[in-house]
Design a protein around this ligand. Structure first.
Ligand code: SF4
Ligand code: SF4
Length: 115
């Protein structure tokens, strides 16, 4: 076949789905193989981190992170709107509170996943 075909990244949002640490990733592509929606493709350069091609297809299942043999090589980034806390903070005292609730549960102070 003489015609070439190309895969073109399609990032429609600021979200990246996953990010790599190039100092830790060994380019084994296990994350690429396990991904149920083909978010990533192998890097044409051997032993380099995969390329995120279709971040909007990510299910945030975490399979890629689970499968990675190198802890810290890949990090899942939850969508921006899911990282927003529903807590409000008083400017003067720094107190965290929630709107419209009597006896609200304590605020969730855990940092967002992936950070
Ligand atoms: S979180 Fe799941 S869907 Fe998203 S890139 Fe990883 S394996 Fe693929
Ligand atoms: S992120 Fe992990 S599983 Fe994916 S290529 Fe790098 S080392 Fe392999």
């Amino acid at each position: 076949m003489s015609e070439k075909s190309y895969m073109v990244p399609n990032p429609p949002t600021p979200n990246k789905a996953v990010t790599f640490n190039p100092d830790v990733c060994i380019g084994c592509n296990r994350c690429v193989e396990v991904c149920p929606t083909d978010v990533m493709m192998p890097n044409p350069e051997k032993k380099k981190q995969p390329i995120v091609v279709y971040p909007e297809e990510c299910w945030y299942c975490g399979g890629c992170v689970e499968e990675c043999p190198r802890p810290g090589a890949i990090t899942m980034l939850h969508p921006t709107q899911q990282r927003i806390s529903m807590n409000w903070k008083r400017k003067d005292t720094g107190e965290l509170y929630r709107l419209g609730m009597n006896n609200p549960p304590p605020p969730n102070l855990r940092p967002p996943s992936g950070e």
